[in-house]
Design a protein around this ligand. Structure first.
Ligand code: B12
Length: 305
């Protein structure tokens, strides 16, 4: 099979499906894997036990898909800009949760790409696709595929699209032409580290989740103590501060996807108090990651701030 030709056809199809970025990484362990292990040892994952569980697979993709050779890495822009109205504040609800659930929107596109591979490239190729929930280091593979670099805020940043991009991958047994990684373009800038109000970026590229507002408002299930409550401040769901201050997120294009446009209901998020209102608010969005009890907890922290 013509390696170059298959690679080009897959990339072309990905672009047709609306992915702004597509690149191919080798299915070898990423150099970042050792950082991941150290990060876990340091307790930076907090209570996210699922990260510990998938450790072996993250280091050896053969355990996920025997015979895996390539990772097709895709990115989808979710930035909707600030000039659109209605527009919730990224200080209260993180941008990634403004529109429809990206797991669904991007997941469907990834499946379409998988179908294309089976129907048009090689019916014998095995594939496995992920958006967010798989036991793989998505940012590290995307960086290896040349989609951007892992910035000091630990986000995958593209010079042109910035970091408001979702990542998705197809692991495949297909031999494809691999892309080259780009270089770290953060330079001497430390705006993300300096701006994080809780000091969660404990060093460049290293996020201690236990201090991260995104983790506290979404992943952390317990009650807040006084310190945590103060840390969360005005944020009801997620946090974008380390991205809002990033110079690579100035003058970036807005997504053409109607699915990612802000849901008007979010403008009233601060007032949502009953469980039925909450269920309505999170329906079909990535916000359904949290339970009503967490929402109440986050609201109470906001009242105190
Ligand atoms: C767990 C998780 C979280 C946790 C932990 C975040 C984190 N930084 O790890 C919490 C809940 C805090 C979180 C928050 C957010 N998340 Co999240 N999250 C994940 C998830 C499921 C796993 C990430 C992981 O493995 N972390 C492990 C640590 C070790 O990785 P890391 O911090 O990125 O560190 C890397 C490098 O910095 C480097 N490194 C680490 N230590 C060191 C040390 C040195 C010296 C060096 C040089 C390098 C280095 O190696 C690491 C491995 O690649 C991924 C999906 C996936 N399966 O990959 C989504 C993912 C990373 N999240 C995503 C998003 C959108 C967010 C938020 C923006 C949401 C929000 N607005 O609230 C924030 C961003 C916060 C931030 N600055 O990272 C996107 C990121 C897209 C992008 N452009 O980067 C992903 C890829 C989901 C997706 N499919 O789109 N998330």
């Amino acid at each position: 099979m013509d390696l170059m030709n298959s690679t080009q056809r897959i990339k072309e199809k990905a672009r047709q499906l609306g992915f702004e970025l597509v690149g191919i990484a080798p299915a070898t362990p990423t150099p970042d894997y050792t950082h991941f292990l150290r990060w876990l040892d340091q307790g930076h994952a907090g209570t996210m036990a699922y990260l510990q569980r998938g450790t072996g697979k993250r280091g050896n993709l053969e355990l996920i898909l025997p015979g895996v050779r390539s990772i097709i890495c895709c990115a989808l822009n979710y930035y909707t800009g600030d000039s659109l109205t209605p527009n919730p504040s990224p200080d209260i609800i993180a941008r990634y949760a403004w529109g429809e659930d990206y797991h669904e929107v991007m997941g469907k596109k990834m499946q379409q790409l998988e179908t294309f591979i089976h129907q048009e490239i090689d019916p014998t190729a095995a594939t496995k696709s992920y958006v967010d929930t798989g036991p793989i280091l998505e940012r590290a593979h995307a960086a290896q595929a040349g989609l951007g670099w892992i910035g000091k805020n630990s986000c995958l940043i593209n010079n042109g699209l910035g970091s408001y991009i979702f990542l998705g991958e197809i692991l495949t047994t297909l031999e494809l032409d691999h892309d080259r990684p780009t270089y770290d373009q953060c330079g001497t800038c430390t705006k993300c580290l300096d701006s994080c109000p809780t000091g969660a970026l404990v060093a460049p590229y290293q996020l201690d989740s236990r201090k991260c507002i995104s983790y506290l408002t979404i992943e952390y299930r317990g009650d807040f103590d006084a310190t945590q409550s103060k840390m969360v401040g005005d944020h009801l769901y997620g946090c974008d501060i380390c991205q809002e201050v990033c110079p690579y997120n100035d003058r970036i294009p807005v997504t053409p996807l109607p699915e990612f446009q802000p849901r008007p209901a979010l403008l009233q998020a601060k007032k949502v108090a009953s469980e039925s209102e909450f269920k309505e608010l999170i329906k079909g969005s990535a916000m359904d990651r949290i339970k009503f009890s967490q929402w109440v907890r986050n609201q109470e922290a906001l009242k105190k701030s």
